[in-house]
Design a protein around this ligand. Structure first.
Ligand SMILES: Cc1cc2nc3c(=O)[nH]c(=O)nc-3n(C[C@H](O)[C@H](O)[C@H](O)COP(=O)(O)O)c2cc1C
Length: 199
């Protein structure tokens, strides 16, 4: 494992459109998130980022619930589990991504692409959020069954990811003790030759 030299930035600046790697370097999934509402133009931009995502045969299987009002954020927050219950409800926007297998490519050899495509849409959402100076932390720690129940989803719908989004907060008040300060540490990633075979 190698440690990158990037540091956490809480800047609200917007990077230029071609600086994709710089944007990726700047993205950190922080848990100290503010609940100040997001401007409508920002929310529209996040939705556009989702819409522009590529998908297998352009099937666009992703579906998202955007919990924006205080009431809805409280409601969706019941589905969080473990440590997420402490910090994740305090974000301005709580998103749930879901999809169903039949809405995307299913190859005869068993490959199914709906969650891959949902993942790409979620990454685009997170990058658009980062570009606005927001933080966006993805989560697997939630109860998909409860999402289905609360929002009347069909049994085939597979809630797969939650994302808490908001302005970075200076206060770690809601962050569990064991995570405090963790996201300002250098990020740990595998080395290039562990993950890419160049031939
Ligand atoms: C699919 C997925 C599930 C995750 N689940 C959680 C979670 O339930 N709770 C949490 O605090 N972070 C969760 N994370 C955040 C990761 O722990 C975080 O992205 C990782 O440690 C790398 O840190 P970075 O995003 O700041 O680079 C999840 C990330 C992904 C991609």
């Amino acid at each position: 494992m190698v440690q990158d030299i990037d540091t956490l930035t809480s800047s609200h600046s917007v990077v230029s459109a071609d600086a994709v790697v710089e944007l990726l370097r700047r993205r950190r999934a922080t848990r100290a998130i503010d609940s100040e509402p997001l401007p409508e133009a920002v929310i529209q931009d996040l939705i556009e980022a989702i819409r522009l995502t590529p998908s297998c045969a352009n099937r666009q299987p992703w579906r998202f619930i955007f919990a924006e009002s205080e009431v809805e954020r409280e409601r969706i927050s019941q589905t969080f589990t473990g440590g997420n219950l402490a910090w994740a409800p305090h974000a301005a926007l709580i998103v749930c991504g879901f999809s169903r297998a039949e809405d995307d490519c299913r190859d005869q050899d068993g490959r199914e692409y709906h969650q891959f495509d949902l993942g790409m849409a979620t990454m685009n959402l997170m990058l658009a959020a980062t570009n606005h100076g927001l933080v966006a932390r993805p989560m697997a720690g939630f109860k998909p069954e409860l999402i289905r129940e609360l929002y009347g989803l069909d049994p085939e719908d597979q809630p797969f990811v939650m994302v808490s989004i908001g302005w970075p907060s200076d206060s770690e008040e809601h962050v569990p003790e064991k995570y405090k300060g963790s996201e300002s540490k250098p990020r740990v990633r595998k080395s290039a030759d562990e993950i890419v075979r160049r031939i």
